[in-house]
Design a protein around this ligand. Structure first.
Ligand code: S3P
Length: 173
């Protein structure tokens, strides 16, 4: 198997973060397929728990409520090993969430050019913060850049991005 024994011995979960539209969800499935792991997605878990879509949560309950649920999910997932965890773009902006994942897991931040982000998120219906993406990205960029493992995703296939992530992860051991 690709990367053999090193991969099998590493029990740490891989956590994908990065701004909206950087490809976290898509790439998480490629990483999971290669490693034969399960994907857990914070937004999906929030939707299951509240039985509401992300846009409905924001519309009915507000962002603060969303962040409370998100925090609970992140702290729960930080305790899990052997997973591939895809997080919502704002999840690791919270210092407690960030610390919890950085202590327990292998955190990778995905980056994309603003033009790529804009074209990807302009099509989505379930991203309540998409209209504010420019100032939000500016506000968050330093925090994303301070994370330990960065991957630039422009002009790469999801499969190659996944392989890059696994290489970083095996080299980190
Ligand atoms: C958010 C990103 C979204 C989702 C929510 C808030 C953010 O996830 O969690 O709309 O604050 O950046 P994606 O990054 O998967 O779009």
């Amino acid at each position: 198997m690709w990367h053999g024994v090193l991969v099998m011995n590493n029990t740490q979960s891989i956590v994908l973060t990065g701004f909206m539209g950087t490809g976290k969800s898509t790439v998480s499935h490629y990483v999971a397929k290669i490693l034969k792991r399960r994907v857990l997605d914070t937004d999906q878990m929030i939707e299951e728990r509240t039985r509401l879509s992300i846009s409905r949560i924001f519309a009915l309950r507000g962002e603060a409520y969303f962040r409370v649920i998100e925090r609970g999910v992140c702290h729960e997932l930080a305790l899990r090993s052997h997973m591939v965890i895809s997080t919502g773009g704002g999840a690791l902006m919270n210092e407690d969430n960030r610390k919890a994942f950085l202590e327990s897991s292998f955190v990778v931040c995905l980056f994309a050019e603003p033009s790529t982000i804009e074209s990807r998120i302009s099509k989505s219906q379930n991203r309540p913060l998409a209209t504010q993406w420019k100032p939000l990205l500016e506000q968050r960029l330093a925090t994303y850049q301070a994370l330990p493992n960065a991957i630039h995703t422009d002009n790469k296939t999801p499969e190659n991005i996944a392989k890059e992530i696994i290489t970083l992860w095996t080299e980190s051991q």
